[in-house]
Write a new protein. Structure first.
Length: 111
Protein backbone atom coordinates (compact mmCIF):
# COMPACT_ATOMS: atom_id res chain seq x y z
CA UNK A 1 0.00 0.00 0.00
CA UNK A 2 1.14 3.54 -0.71
CA UNK A 3 0.18 6.40 1.58
CA UNK A 4 0.87 10.02 0.76
CA UNK A 5 0.63 12.78 3.35
CA UNK A 6 0.39 16.22 1.73
CA UNK A 7 1.34 19.04 4.08
CA UNK A 8 -1.26 21.81 4.10
CA UNK A 9 -1.62 25.02 6.04
CA UNK A 10 -0.11 28.46 6.30
CA UNK A 11 3.27 27.58 7.79
CA UNK A 12 4.66 24.93 5.50
CA UNK A 13 2.56 23.78 2.56
CA UNK A 14 3.99 21.65 -0.19
CA UNK A 15 5.94 18.90 1.58
CA UNK A 16 4.89 15.35 0.75
CA UNK A 17 5.59 12.37 3.00
CA UNK A 18 5.68 9.10 1.04
CA UNK A 19 5.07 5.93 3.00
CA UNK A 20 5.35 2.58 1.24
CA UNK A 21 6.32 0.21 4.07
CA UNK A 22 4.42 -0.52 7.28
CA UNK A 23 4.51 -0.17 10.18
CA UNK A 24 5.89 3.35 9.69
CA UNK A 25 7.02 5.75 12.39
CA UNK A 26 6.53 9.50 12.07
CA UNK A 27 8.88 11.57 14.22
CA UNK A 28 10.39 15.04 14.34
CA UNK A 29 14.03 15.78 13.60
CA UNK A 30 16.04 18.43 15.47
CA UNK A 31 14.80 21.19 13.13
CA UNK A 32 11.13 20.30 13.66
CA UNK A 33 10.62 18.58 10.30
CA UNK A 34 8.49 15.43 10.26
CA UNK A 35 10.42 12.34 9.19
CA UNK A 36 9.10 8.94 8.08
CA UNK A 37 11.78 7.09 9.99
CA UNK A 38 12.80 7.00 13.60
CA UNK A 39 15.56 9.52 14.27
CA UNK A 40 16.49 8.26 17.73
CA UNK A 41 13.52 9.79 19.49
CA UNK A 42 10.16 8.47 20.55
CA UNK A 43 7.98 8.67 17.43
CA UNK A 44 5.01 11.04 17.40
CA UNK A 45 2.91 8.21 16.00
CA UNK A 46 3.04 4.94 14.17
CA UNK A 47 1.00 4.03 11.09
CA UNK A 48 -0.03 0.42 10.53
CA UNK A 49 -1.68 -1.28 7.58
CA UNK A 50 -4.31 -3.58 9.07
CA UNK A 51 -6.06 -5.45 6.28
CA UNK A 52 -6.03 -2.49 3.90
CA UNK A 53 -6.97 0.09 6.56
CA UNK A 54 -4.39 2.54 7.91
CA UNK A 55 -4.48 2.89 11.70
CA UNK A 56 -2.67 5.59 13.71
CA UNK A 57 -1.26 4.85 17.18
CA UNK A 58 0.15 7.73 19.20
CA UNK A 59 3.69 7.03 20.37
CA UNK A 60 4.44 10.14 22.41
CA UNK A 61 1.82 11.59 24.75
CA UNK A 62 3.73 14.89 24.91
CA UNK A 63 2.97 15.67 21.26
CA UNK A 64 -0.50 16.52 20.01
CA UNK A 65 -1.63 14.01 17.39
CA UNK A 66 -5.09 14.30 15.91
CA UNK A 67 -7.38 13.38 13.08
CA UNK A 68 -9.76 16.02 11.74
CA UNK A 69 -9.28 18.39 14.69
CA UNK A 70 -9.81 15.71 17.38
CA UNK A 71 -6.82 14.71 19.50
CA UNK A 72 -6.53 10.91 19.52
CA UNK A 73 -4.73 8.00 21.14
CA UNK A 74 -5.44 5.67 18.21
CA UNK A 75 -7.83 5.39 15.31
CA UNK A 76 -8.36 4.76 11.62
CA UNK A 77 -6.95 7.16 9.06
CA UNK A 78 -9.25 7.51 6.06
CA UNK A 79 -8.46 9.03 2.66
CA UNK A 80 -9.30 12.73 2.82
CA UNK A 81 -8.70 13.00 6.58
CA UNK A 82 -6.40 15.63 8.05
CA UNK A 83 -3.64 14.24 10.27
CA UNK A 84 -2.24 16.72 12.81
CA UNK A 85 1.27 16.27 14.20
CA UNK A 86 2.02 19.12 16.57
CA UNK A 87 1.51 22.29 14.53
CA UNK A 88 1.75 20.49 11.19
CA UNK A 89 -1.27 19.33 9.22
CA UNK A 90 -1.38 16.72 6.44
CA UNK A 91 -4.06 15.70 3.94
CA UNK A 92 -4.18 11.89 3.74
CA UNK A 93 -4.26 10.05 0.41
CA UNK A 94 -4.32 6.30 -0.22
CA UNK A 95 -6.51 3.66 -1.82
CA UNK A 96 -8.42 1.97 0.97
CA UNK A 97 -8.73 -1.75 0.20
CA UNK A 98 -10.38 -2.93 3.43
CA UNK A 99 -13.88 -4.35 3.13
CA UNK A 100 -14.66 -4.16 6.86
CA UNK A 101 -15.70 -1.08 8.77
CA UNK A 102 -12.77 0.87 10.19
CA UNK A 103 -11.85 0.30 13.85
CA UNK A 104 -13.20 2.70 16.45
CA UNK A 105 -11.34 5.86 17.39
CA UNK A 106 -9.87 6.38 20.87
CA UNK A 107 -10.17 10.10 21.44
CA UNK A 108 -7.91 11.74 24.00
CA UNK A 109 -9.85 13.75 26.58
CA UNK A 110 -7.88 16.34 28.51
CA UNK A 111 -9.02 18.44 31.43
Amino acid sequence: MRVRLYEVGECCSGNILRIDEFPASLSFDASGQVMTRNVGRLPACQLEDIGGQIVVNVGNDELEVGINDAEIESGPLMPGDHLHLGNRRYLVSYERTATDYPPSVRVKITT
